[in-house]
Design a protein around this ligand. Sequence first.
Ligand code: HEC
Length: 166
Amino acid sequence: MHRYASMAVVLLAAAGILFPAFPVATAADILAAPSGVTIPKGYRDWQVVAPSQRDDTDEIRVILGNGIAMKAFRANTLPFPDGAILAKLAWKRVASPEFPKTFIPGVAPRIEFMVKNSKKYAATGGWGFGRFIDGKPADEKVHATCFPCHQANVKDHDIVYTRYAP
Ligand code: HEC
């Protein structure tokens, strides 16, 4: 019994050493959008650029920016510098049970990010797009829609829709 136990320890240790030799997908690969964009650490602590809402889908949105993005918004810097990241959080709009004339956030169907890297993402206006549902990236087909819609309507604003709400 004792011998088996120590053999198991040896095997586990060997597996620990050998495992990295196999070309396994890391957690970061699995959670990356096709563009390579992943959910940025700490995004929930970023500052608010502006809220928005959409009637046909009954959604409340809040657009956030990291430090580089906020500085550019406030100084009206266009194009946004490399390193700027924008987040779009969305929630279904539900009437508050405590005060039904007020709408509050319900379930969150998705979160989205745009990461500025003018070299890496030159083909999509310098921005890498990522949509995540329950923490997992949407597929390639969904991601193919991002750039065309942003490019079609706001190409004079570095393909960013949101304007800073003072
Ligand atoms: C059919 C048009 C359309 C498509 C497709 C689209 N967006 Fe947007 N996006 C918008 C609009 C309009 C806004 C402005 C904010 C809002 O709608 O609440 C926006 C805002 C954003 C923002 C905040 C920065 C900004 O531009 O205002 C991010 C981040 C974003 N979208 C990411 C994505 C990602 C990722 C995809 C693809 C999975 C995507 N978008 C696809 C229309 C679109």
